[in-house]
Design a protein around this ligand. Structure first.
Ligand code: M6R
Length: 587
């Protein structure tokens, strides 16, 4: 969270950084700022609100070196004064991360005469670098970082130095190697179309970026080389292609995500080797990725005799303190940078477990920790709400489960290809507007299902609440009568997913419980008997028959469309829900 971007070159720094920030806005969007160096002096524009608030000021910021920030507030509410960049003396910087020991450092800086203009932890870093600056910005930054605890990606400008000094620890920094200029950014999408090559900084790295060169240093200030990789960011992923929102565009890209994930699986040899030897598989992730992990656990346990478990990444460290021979930790993460997931993977790696990453971000932190990577190949996802990345994760975990079971992977890949085609036409013809109208007027929406349908329900609920702000919760259908039923009345809507014929009768009785209390029910099903039973009494959304394991791909599409339509009816911005950010790099 928080997107940061820097540029040094022959071009107009303010315009380049501004465009980069627009592309990074999914990392945070409560305030933004840009600083540019002109004639040895630094000028700043910063404002509460979205990046576009800065457009009026860009013309006033002439210069060829600049840094910028789009914020997701951690310390200090969104305001002009808490917006980055922060300055002290000759130093101006932007920060992504959390400086955990900032209260102590702030106290010391105040005691030695420091005056603070903001409530942020980041301003402490600016003051510290200024205090340690004695003519050499790299030296000052290295010395200051030794005093910081927490996580940081820092981009620092210093009057007198025609470039940017960068520090990285537990928050991502990508360096872009351009022709006529160099870049630094939190994430690759900011660099789409700007440079062919990138370097990914490692924890403890520093860099000096000027128009002509990039120098990278380790924590002792010794020059190091980092591999030059291909810049995979594509400008087309930033294009709305005629859709009104990224969320709708990306839901429509789910079929391609499923297909591409199945195609890419043959290149995941190392990951397959690890899975084949697994005795116990612990799946983990946060938010949507955790819901995919829950589904993955069911795939593994249904297909094989391997014991599987799924835990929230933020809770995993409290669940168990050891690993056994044959343990494999599967970390599911779209961004590959989620702090809780990365830390859980690190921890299990340190216990001796093999770590496998399921991600669509090939240059992310998780891929450097993992012993093997499975690409959930959905391409860059811009909308804060995960949609196509979830579909890709389900496809990837379906194949992983097949490998763990020693099954016929080729046959499963073929199933996914066929499923991808069915999903495309299903999304095209599915209209959930009537149900969305109902949800937009409901006091609460409950998502219910059993077994795999329960995992789908949890994700449906998360999607609806995060983009529409309508209260929702996901429950096992059997749990309804143990408490939640007390909340069901004429103002409540319940969305059931019923795709397992063996469980249909039991789930149907939960639908009856809702209807007989005056609640509205919608049923997502591919089972004819269920359609007949509730036709005319509940809103029926017919799923294509594809078997219970792949049905969640279809129910996910319905629930994503439902969340999207409800958000639009209520006038919310589905791409940038309030208070959220896409890549959560703080624990
Ligand atoms: O990048 P990750 O997959 O690790 O992100 C995990 C969650 O933060 C993410 O899935 C979040 O819940 C989304 N906003 C859900 O739509």
């Amino acid at each position: 969270m928080c997107g940061i971007m820097g540029y040094a070159g022959a071009g107009n720094a303010a315009a380049i950084v501004y465009n980069g920030l627009l592309r990074l806005e999914y990392r945070g969007y409560d305030s933004a700022g840009i600083a540019v160096m002109y004639d040895g002096k630094i000028k700043i524009a910063k404002k509460r609100g979205r990046v576009k608030e800065l457009s009026a000021f860009c013309g006033e910021l002439a210069g060829n070196v600049g840094i910028g920030h789009t914020r997701w507030a951690t310390h200090g509410r969104p305001s002009d004064k808490n917006a980055h960049p922060h300055s002290s003396g000759k130093i101006t910087l932007v920060h992504n991360g959390i400086i955990e020991n900032y209260p102590k450092l702030k106290e010391e800086l105040i005691a030695s005469g420091g005056k603070f203009a903001s409530e942020t932890d980041s301003e402490v870093a600016a003051k510290l670098v200024d205090k340690n600056y004695d003519g050499d910005i790299l030296e000052a930054l290295i010395k200051s970082c030794k005093m910081l605890e927490g996580s940081y990606a820092l981009m620092v400008m210093c009057e007198g130095f025609d470039g940017i000094a960068v520090a990285k620890y537990k928050s991502p920094v990508i360096i872009g190697l351009g022709d006529g200029g160099n870049f630094c950014a939190s994430d690759e999408p900011a660099l789409a179309g700007l440079c062919p090559g990138i370097c990914v900084l490692e924890d403890g790295d520093f860099a000096l970026i000027t128009a002509d060169e990039v120098k990278i240093f380790d924590s002792d200030g010794k020059r190091v080389e980092r591999a030059v990789l291909e810049n995979l960011a594509e400008e087309k992923s930033l294009d709305l292609c005629g859709y009104p929102h990224y969320m709708l565009k990306e839901i429509n890209e789910s079929p391609a995500a499923v297909r591409n994930t199945a195609s890419a699986f043959s290149s995941c040899g190392k990951a397959c080797e690890i899975l084949s030897g697994a005795k116990r598989i612990i799946l983990t992730g946060c938010g949507t990725a955790y819901h995919a992990a829950l589904m993955g656990k069911r795939y593994i346990e249904n297909f094989s005799s391997v014991h599987a478990r799924a835990d929230f990444a933020g809770e995993l460290r409290y669940a168990s303190r050891t690993a056994e021979e044959g343990d494999v930790l599967v970390a599911v993460t779209q961004s590959g940078e989620t702090a809780d997931t990365v830390e859980a993977a690190r921890l299990y790696g340190s216990f001796g477990a093999k770590v496998l990453a399921v991600t669509n971000s090939p240059h992310s932190a998780i891929t450097r920790i993992a012993d093997g990577v499975v690409y959930a190949d959905s391409g860059a996802e811009i909308c804060v709400a995960a949609t196509k990345s979830y579909s890709a994760q389900l496809a990837a975990l379906y194949l992983c489960a097949c490998v763990a079971a020693g099954g016929d992977v080729k046959a499963r890949e073929e199933e996914l290809f066929a499923c991808s085609d069915m999903l495309r036409s299903f999304i095209e013809r599915t209209d959930v507007r009537r149900l969305a109208e109902r949800c937009s007027k409901s006091s609460a929406v409950y998502f219910l299902g059993r077994d795999l349908d329960y995992c789908a329900a949890l994700e449906g609920s998360l999607k609806l609440k995060e983009v529409s702000y309508v209260f929702s919760a996901g429950y096992p259908a059997g749990e309804l009568k143990h408490g939640t039923l007390a909340l069901v009345d004429g103002k409540v809507a319940c969305v059931f997913s019923i795709t397992d014929p063996a469980l249909a009768e039991k789930s149907a009785s939960a639908v009856e419980q809702v209807l007989s209390r005056g609640g509205a029910a919608a049923v997502l099903t591919d089972i004819d008997g269920v359609k007949e039973e509730f036709g005319g009494r509940a809103e029926i959304i017919s799923l294509p028959a594809c078997g219970k394991y792949l049905a969640p791909l279809f129910s996910a599409a319905v629930m994503q469309l439902l969340a999207y339509r409800t958000a639009v009816i209520l006038g919310r911005d589905p791409d940038k829900p309030r208070n959220l950010a896409k890549s959560v790099t703080v624990e």
